[in-house]
Design a binder for this molecule. Structure first.
Ligand SMILES: *[C@@H]1O[C@H](CO)[C@@H](O)[C@H](O)[C@H]1NC(C)=O
Ligand SMILES: *[C@@H]1O[C@H](CO)[C@@H](O)[C@H](O)[C@H]1NC(C)=O
Ligand SMILES: *[C@@H]1O[C@H](CO)[C@@H](O)[C@H](O)[C@H]1NC(C)=O
Ligand SMILES: *[C@@H]1O[C@H](CO)[C@@H](O)[C@H](O)[C@H]1NC(C)=O
Ligand SMILES: *[C@@H]1O[C@H](CO)[C@@H](O)[C@H](O)[C@H]1NC(C)=O
Ligand SMILES: *[C@@H]1O[C@H](CO)[C@@H](O)[C@H](O)[C@H]1NC(C)=O
Length: 670
């Protein structure tokens, strides 16, 4: 008996450390050994003859150039612009810098020094009316391809930047825009995610004139752990001004992603001037843990299942081995206790019960889509507040929301008009929502759940910070070709997967495509429409063909950087689909490609993708491919079917209001 007892204790000793270890696992990860990661950049000047690395290290966007004569980075680019008014440009360091620890939300510490000069445009100096605006900023932004608006926006923000666009800027503003809260035409401002400065400093008080054509030097120091910012401004020869122009507590963490791009932006408005950055040093120190923990965001909590099973979005912590050991040990204990049970008093198994009940909590269920109550949605969207509206279309309104667990979501509330439209069977709509929410793909917007009563139908999606594609495509910033190509491929993958499951999207357009933080495209805002009459199989086959057609139009929009119907264009180019076919007929497809992308574009690839897009808009009987073929055309280099010399027949639009195709598409299927 004494022997059995000690064996039992021994087992407990084995098992308890295992539990302790795996229970403290998450904590231990975030408390791992801390190291300081330092990044240092130094540009003594921007003369690319002396230092060709500037071409590689600094990315110019919009109107910006390197001036060899001055050894400076100049915004705007005088040599290109005929008229220097209303120019906007950026120069960013080409790699992102780690500026936030996502676990502890501690911003990195950094210090930057740069010498700058604001002067008149050389070839316009005779024109005395136009001098004097707008300003230069040191910016910290989430991406390396957006250019902000000109004028008082200082190339900092544009229409694509939503309310929660993360950006930090220190502006050196030489133009007073009363609408933006500027105190005068000679101030420094601190901008946190907004063009309206959080703080402004009248630098005339310090005897400084920003636009006096002299070289100034700025020092911006940020202490991340203390959340303290210090800004000093001096002249070229001054070593370090003793008195800061700003020195206060400032929490940048809400305005930072883990990785951000740093650099300069500047703009001109009605008045012009040239902003020169003559040299630049930057050093950041961020704290990192040696064992990098998984960043637990709302998105990563959902296990993304790829059909092939090769990709797994949520990184499983390496605790599974420990859990395995624990389970094996537990089984041993259970067997042992069964064996001992007959010889032992009841109360001794008490300890075991505690262990067993602890065990039950271990495996976390995946975040399954579920039904939400109206009350939950209502509180998440602050009673469907107008402030939370993200967008709307013929089917309903999109709201931004925050669930009680803090997760950000987007809620699509279908309009009564849409729900009451003819032939729409609500029960089947709910079933369709159910089937789509069960499938997962890395390029499909995860559905968190739905909400329904006898008047309402709502679908709850994950919220994507970078918003929908149309904002990036039709806004002021220019999405580069490589990103556009990736978006097309991502969306094709998602549609192909959906079709392989006998489902269809039924609302394929640029506003249904969302971008995640790394600009991966995900397809959302599903149509969910089923007419009451047709059989499910028939309906899905028809809808899939309509999806391919709409995908073709989508591809054209992505390449051309404009909407399908653009009322601002002249009559001949108004309908993009029509225009693209006509350009194909006269072999001038290059004219369809968005000119704003400039020369940094693989034109051959763009034309090939354009042809794939046109193929998708063919009549079904005349060679419209299926999505599987489209994916193959996009991922391989092989030949694609030849397009007919001219557009076969008049193309009837697809009725996007009901999501059901009308005209030739269905007719030819029947
Ligand atoms: C990291 O840097 C901070 C100051 O930024 C310093 O206090 C700390 O001692 C450094 N840690 C290590 C491990 O060097
Ligand atoms: C950058 O650092 C170098 C030396 O590290 C120094 O010579 C230069 O003046 C600095 N530039 C600025 C703008 O502070
Ligand atoms: C720049 O323009 C202003 C305003 O017309 C003028 O007063 C100033 O002399 C000019 N500066 C230079 C360097 O040309
Ligand atoms: C600097 O700004 C002042 C006030 O707007 C303006 O009068 C002056 O002409 C500007 N100087 C230059 C060189 O542009
Ligand atoms: C800025 O400072 C100058 C010099 O101290 C002063 O004359 C001017 O009124 C100030 N402007 C504002 C808007 O405070
Ligand atoms: C720019 O100038 C034009 C005409 O000179 C004027 O109509 C417009 O309001 C000005 N814009 C700004 C932002 O000052």
């Amino acid at each position: 008996m004494a022997f059995c007892h000690s064996l039992w204790l021994l087992c407990l000793f084995i098992i308890i450390p295992v539990f302790v270890d795996s229970a403290s696992h998450d904590k231990e990860l975030s408390l791992g050994p801390v190291i300081n990661v330092t990044k240092h950049l130094s540009f003594l000047d921007f003369n690319f003859n002396k230092d060709p690395r500037v071409f590689h290290d600094v990315r110019l966007l919009g109107s910006a150039k390197f001036s060899n004569e001055k050894g400076a980075l100049q915004i705007p680019d005088e040599s290109k612009a005929v008229d220097l008014k209303d120019q906007a440009g950026r120069a960013l360091y080409s790699s992102p810098i780690r500026l936030l620890d996502p676990q502890t939300k501690t911003p990195a510490s950094f210090e930057t020094t740069f010498a700058f000069q604001v002067n008149n445009a050389s070839h316009l100096s005779s024109d005395s009316t136009g001098h004097g605006g707008s300003g230069l900023t040191f910016i910290i932004v989430p991406d390396e391809f957006t250019v902000g608006r000109h004028g008082p926006w200082l190339a900092m923000l544009n229409d694509a930047c939503e309310d929660d666009y993360k950006a930090v800027a220190v502006e050196f503003d030489t133009h007073q825009s009363p609408g933006f809260g500027d105190p005068n035409d000679n101030h420094v401002g601190i901008n946190l995610g907004s063009i309206i400065s959080t703080r402004t400093i009248n630098v005339s008080d310090f005897g400084i004139v920003l636009n006096d054509s002299l070289v100034h030097r700025a020092w911006i120091t940020y202490d991340g752990p203390r959340r303290w910012m210090d800004i000093r401004l001096g002249s070229k020869h001054e070593d370090y001004p003793t008195k800061p122009i700003f020195s206060e507590q400032l929490d940048l963490s809400p305005f930072l992603n883990e990785y951000m791009f740093i650099g300069f932006s500047a703009s001109t408005g009605n008045l012009t001037q040239i902003h020169n950055v003559l040299s630049w040093n930057f050093t950041s120190t961020s704290q990192a843990f040696l064992r990098v923990p998984s960043t637990e965001t709302c998105e990563s909590k959902i296990i993304v299942e790829d059909r092939s099973g090769t990709r797994k979005a949520s990184a499983e912590p390496p605790g599974s081995f420990l859990i395995f050991v624990a389970v094996v040990a537990l089984i041993l204990v259970v067997l042992l206790s069964l064996f001992l049970n007959s010889k032992r008093k009841r109360d001794k198994s008490h300890n075991l019960n505690i262990l067993l009940s602890e065990k039950k909590e271990r495996p976390r269920p995946p975040n399954k889509p579920r039904r939400f109550t109206i009350a939950e949605i209502s509180s998440a969207t602050r009673c469907f507040s107008e402030l939370d509206i993200l967008g709307n279309d013929s089917r309903g309104v999109y709201y931004r929301g925050k669930l009680s667990n803090g997760c950000q979501v987007a809620v699509k509330r279908f309009s009564a008009q849409f729900l009451n439209s003819q032939g729409l069977d609500r029960r089947r709509v709910m079933k369709e929502i159910g089937s789509i929410s069960r499938i997962r793909h890395p390029n499909m917007l995860p559905i968190r759940g739905w909400c329904q009563d006898n008047r309402q139908v709502m679908v709850v999606y994950d919220f994507f910070t970078n918003g929908s594609l149309d904002k990036w495509l039709f806004g002021v910033g220019v999405l580069p070709w490589t990103r556009r190509f990736k978006v097309v491929k991502d969306v094709a993958d998602a549609l192909c997967f959906l079709h392989s499951k006998q489902l269809a999207h039924k609302n394929m357009k640029t506003t249904s495509v969302f971008l995640d933080v790394s600009f991966r495209a995900v397809l959302g805002d599903f149509g969910f429409v089923l007419s009451g009459n047709d059989s499910k199989q028939f309906e899905s086959a028809v809808s899939q063909k309509a999806d391919v057609f709409e995908f073709g139009v989508f591809v054209l929009e992505v390449i051309a950087g404009r909407k399908r119907l653009d009322s601002e264009m002249d009559q001949k180019e108004r309908d993009l689909l029509d225009f693209a076919w006509r350009m194909h007929e006269i072999d001038e497809k290059v004219k369809v490609v968005d000119g704003r992308m400039g020369t940094v574009i693989n034109l051959k690839q763009a034309i090939r993708v354009l042809e794939i897009g046109l193929l998708c808009t063919l009549n079904e009987a005349k060679g419209r491919p299926c999505m599987e073929e489209v994916v193959e055309f996009l991922t391989t280099e092989g030949p694609i079917p030849e397009l007919p010399q001219s557009r076969p027949i008049a193309l009837f639009p697809y009725n996007s209001a009901t999501g059901l195709c009308s005209g030739y598409s269905c007719a030819s299927f029947k």
